[in-house]
Design a protein around this ligand. Sequence first.
Ligand SMILES: [Zn+2]
Length: 313
Amino acid sequence: MSQEQIFLGVILLLHLSEHCLWVPCGSAVFRRRGRGWESVTRGAIIETRRGSLHWVYPLAGLARAYRVAGPSVWCSASFPADVPRETGAFDPAAVDRRRLEVAAIFRPLRWASLGLTVLILAGVPLGLHCFGWVPTLWFGVPAMASLMGFNAVELFRRHRRAFPEATDDRWRLLLSACLSPLAATRSWDLAQKDALVGFHPAAIAAALPGFRDWEGLASTEWRLRRFPESPAGTDPVRAGFTEAGSQTTEKIVGFLAAIARARGLDPTGWEAPPEPEDPGHTRYCPRCRAQFTDRAETCNACRGVPLMALTSG
Ligand SMILES: [Zn+2]
């Protein structure tokens, strides 16, 4: 293997590693899939107790992903602190407006991201093949430096406009974009990852064009809210927490039903008993839909949720 081939192989591996995405537990991430979007749930590269590593398409623009607080955070006694307004958090039209507004702010960065990608993945290999190391570096380095300079200046200005409070994030993005041309190809997409913070995942899924399986996401969330696990013992702190939480739950269920009806779906069907997977199964857990025989009293995964009969009536 020649020196050029090893060099290009390393560049390609580094490029692919830039397109891995860490999803911490308790957060929901949406990424591009085909022509539409999907919620990142399966196909992790690595999975640990604290989160999982996923991939996004390794191309600027298609690599965009949005990260928000996951449904588990929303079951707490109050809405997350960064929710714009209670109702706004569940409004797919508000999600869409915010997404397009942030996309418009960062649009000029696409020239730097796409330019650097083409230069690194096509220009450099072509230059090495046709002209050798010295001419390629002679032309490649100044071109890369000017694109990275433009990217850094615009990234800083526009990030400050879109997210005035997120100073730490801004400097982290800027530093990585200045240190590595491969990291700079990610600036356009990474700068927008927090654009939808504060919105509920079901509202985001309803707003993203071509989202896969909105009903699956919303019905799971619906059942988690409608059939909560019982609180531990009679701890007064815990009891007060649950009481305040049940008001939040009611609101969330109401908002989910409203979005479902606007999409022409009937949310009451989400509680219908599933088809038995085995003739011996007579009961099911209304929360996680696991099926059981007559001997089971409660679901082993969901604490204190009473089982229901599989055949209705
Ligand atoms: Zn269960």
